[in-house]
Design a protein around this ligand. Sequence first.
Ligand code: SF4
Length: 496
Amino acid sequence: MWQPKFAHTLKKSTFLSGMNCERRMWWEIHDKGCEEMRIDLTTQLLFDQGNEVGELARGQFPGGLLIRRDKGNFVSSFANSRAAIADRNVSVIYEAGFVALDTMIFADILVRGPDGFTLIEVKQGTSATAEHRYDLALQAVIMREAGVPITRFELMHLNRECRYPDLSNLFVRDDLTKEVEELIPAVELALDHLLPVAKRNNVPLAQLGARCTAPRECAFIARCWPTVDADHIRYLYRLNKDKAVSFEKAGVSRIQDLPDDLMLGAVPARQRRCLREGEIFVEKEALVGALLNIVHPVAHIDFETVMFAIPRWNGCRPYDNIPVQMSAHVVDADGNATHHSWIAQDSGDPRLAIGPAIVKACDGVSTVTAYNASFEKRCIELVADACPEIAPRLREIAEGIVDLLPMVRDNLYHREFRGSFSLKRVLPALVPEMTYEGLEISEGQTASAQLMAMLYRQNTMSTEERTKMEHALLAYCERDTEAMIALTSKLRQLAQ
Ligand code: SF4
């Protein structure tokens, strides 16, 4: 039988994983050092933001006692927590740790009341989820087992309606006492079931389904989901993973084998038809009509953004996507392209400088396009909020953006799209010569993390590293708008 390294087998995160999938929990415990669990820059930035949120939340309950934690050795933390609970002079405790039922938890904030404590779990999200309720219920079970009376359960999360500089309503506190009390029996049963599973020497079987992508994509998906062909039922447009598994169980593993009498939406129906007839299927007449919306000169525009849990510029809310980089290619009727780019140089409000750069890039153009334009529109609207003098022009640009994504999604399908219309899937299928290969940065999440690190984490990069990173970011964003030129020209070819 496997022996835990510490005096406990489960902790909050592994328990919550186990509630969703035993196999995931098992790997998180037994294969901790694996590549899938490596903490990359994006994850580290999330942790850092979480710590910042936690500190601000504690500030709302001043004068508390912080129980410090030694990395890898929680014995003193548990002892100090017990002492703080016993000391009636301590009215607020932060980060108290408890171990019971072979499970360890740390409570964000405990506030002493006449009959027991209020437990406040702090989350950097903007609403309460089912997982948060189970999180609180697990803490309730462990703390009560450890002899700590808890009388009220609260979730303290960020408030999307809060706007900088007024952070007085940054947090919302939800009283979840009733729901948490109701969940406790289920959590006790789950603990009884999961603890022996966690201690097993062999990995539990995969139970593929919606759990693999919700509430978030599982890190181990590549281990469990076999590689399949482009016509696999798994790739049916917007198909829930549970449904994909049930189709397979019923013997339908290829999209083209879905029966004719199965009613499908327009996009999956086109997908089925394409896979039956060949590699690519184009609704030519409709595509010709859609392309009429692109009139030269045309600006293809793309932004890279950063997102802060705690807003830092006027009018911004938690998790607003703030553009800190822009690439725009302006193409005239003869196909000549001019490139415009802009990238933030410091930690000040980037909207003040990117606003004029957007207006300049779009000066004199007849059409502005973006791929998945709702994102670019929202970015420009946020910039307009900060630039009143040019706000009318910025809003005009945002309102007029022609979105290339629905132009593709609603008019054609290529088998290599594999059910996705993201530019990273569409481009290699339609324009294989235009790739992101060889670029140091090749996807948006990495770009965003690097921008966060470069602009807002002090002293983490030398001047040389920063220059190199800036070049990599500029090259990546430029490739996105080059890709839009290539894609538009391919769409025109396909429409002929
Ligand atoms: S991919 Fe699915 S089955 Fe595999 S560990 Fe993750 S959630 Fe479990």
